[in-house]
Write a protein that binds this ligand. Structure first.
Ligand code: URA
Length: 436
């Protein structure tokens, strides 16, 4: 049998590893036969020399099978999830899950928490009083049967190899590797027992893959591995140069989602949400074409069916469903402060990363996994790129609870906005769509 040292050496020397070699390395690590420092050396070799498609597929499979793979065969219909690489104001999960469920798709959605400048769906949902992001396995099946969708956190036994490897990547500067990101994301998603996946790969300042070139390379890798693993896949590369929608921060984003499902639809949020939901509906075999699927998704919102589903999901997961009728039941910051423009002109920049960092500085996110968050604070954008403004107009409202935190957030908000005499060219909301 090949030793860990030989696996590291092969990758160092740019040789491709076989499926057995990757399996023995990952299994050796999860059973503590292989040390962290050996895996760290191997990760750097992968970071520098890359992986072939076969290697990435073998790594994904091994990481998926390092823990429980959900068996949802007792639930009828196609099981389709949506996953985003993460962004600022990216709240589409809370809307696409009920929309797709209202159209007949089964959505077993496993999602994460805020880290860095990006928000986390679980933290947002937990701003709904009583919401339980960790239902028991039996309860997950019941919720899927009754509401058609469940939105929950990752359990300890789902792809545990990824959790350990990700922690090592984080401290060895090996996160930004396309094969490692592909295997990390897909091992967790494929452990959900899915028939198909819609990926939202974000690009722009607030994204993990800031350039379109990197986002496209990651998207291709995800499509190729899903195809090789016989899972239906569509990847939408969407814009994250500016925040999606107007709200940034946990309860503020839930408020915007409920308003959306109740019929108030901010432009960019609607375009991206309906596109993602439509691809889920189409992958689930519930529409003739993507146009038909988009029409079904829009109808699910306009008839109130999607709002009804979201209410069911909240109630089934222990949350206070009355938030759907009374937004004042959501946490509210003690103070708001208007941030105004000092010049007249057009908003040309509203930088996602700076605003994500500002929202974190207010207390909406975390810098370390163990940090606690303030669900009420955040930023509401009154103006976005393309809007005309007069000197003194409000660009955004800051919802804050702690004066020191406000002081740290203000310079970041200041640097996020740019107002010029002429409007800038608009970036597309959806840059590309790749299919498996
Ligand atoms: N998200 C993941 O789950 N893993 C990565 O490696 C990057 C983003």
């Amino acid at each position: 049998m090949i030793t860990a040292r030989e696996v590291i050496q092969k990758k160092r020397d740019r040789e491709a590893l076989t499926q057995q070699e990757i399996a023995s390395f990952i299994r050796g690590y999860t059973s503590s036969q292989i040390a962290d420092y050996q895996v760290a050396a191997w990760l750097m070799a992968v970071y520098l020399n890359g992986m072939t498609l076969d290697e990435t597929r073998s790594l994904t499979r091994e990481m998926r099978d390092s823990g429980t793979v959900l068996n949802l065969s007792s639930i009828g219909g196609q099981k389709i999830d949506k996953h985003s690489t993460g962004g600022v104001g990216d709240k589409t999960s809370m809307m696409v899950a009920p929309i797709a469920a209202a159209c007949g798709v089964t959505v077993p959605m496993i999602t994460g928490r805020a880290l860095g400048h990006t928000g986390g769906t679980l933290d947002k949902l937990e701003s709904i009083p009583g919401f339980n992001a960790r239902p028991s396995p039996e309860r997950i099946l019941e919720i899927l049967k009754s509401a058609g969708a469940v939105i929950m956190g990752q359990t300890d036994d789902l792809a545990p190899a990824d959790r350990r490897i990700y922690a090592l990547r984080d401290v060895t500067a090996t996160v930004e590797s396309i094969p490692l990101i592909t295997a990390s994301i897909l091992s967790k998603k494929l452990a959900e027992g899915l028939d198909g996946l819609v990926m939202d790969v974000k690009t722009g300042s607030g994204a993990f893959m800031p350039t379109l070139k990197l986002a496209t390379a990651l998207s291709r890798s995800i499509v190729d591995v899903c195809r090789a693993m016989k899972t239906k896949i569509v990847v939408l590369i969407t814009d994250m140069e500016q925040p999606l929608g107007r709200a940034i921060g946990n309860a503020l984003e839930i408020r915007e989602c409920i308003e959306f499902l109740n019929g108030r639809t901010p432009e960019d949020l609607e375009t991206v949400t309906i596109a993602l939901a439509a691809h889920m509906i189409r992958l689930g075999g519930l529409a003739r074409s993507i146009d038909h699927a988009s029409k079904l998704a829009c109808e699910a919102v306009s008839t109130g069916e999607a709002a009804k589903r979201f209410r069911q999901i909240i109630a089934a997961q222990g949350g206070d469903e009355r938030v759907m009728d009374n937004l004042d039941l959501l946490p509210r910051a003690a103070n708001t402060q208007a941030f105004r423009t000092a010049t007249t002109g057009f908003v040309v920049r509203c930088d996602a990363k700076s605003l994500g960092l500002a929202s974190n500085a207010l207390g909406a996110g975390r810098n370390r996994v163990e940090d606690s968050i303030d669900p009420a604070v955040g930023i509401y954008l009154e103006k976005k790129p393309g809007d005309r403004v007069l000197k003194g107009d409000v660009l955004c409202q800051i919802h804050w609870n702690d004066k020191n935190r406000l002081t740290r957030a203000l310079p970041l908000i200041e640097q996020a906005f740019e107002v010029k005499a002429r409007p800038a060219r608009r970036r597309p909301l959806i840059h590309a769509i790749l299919k498996g």
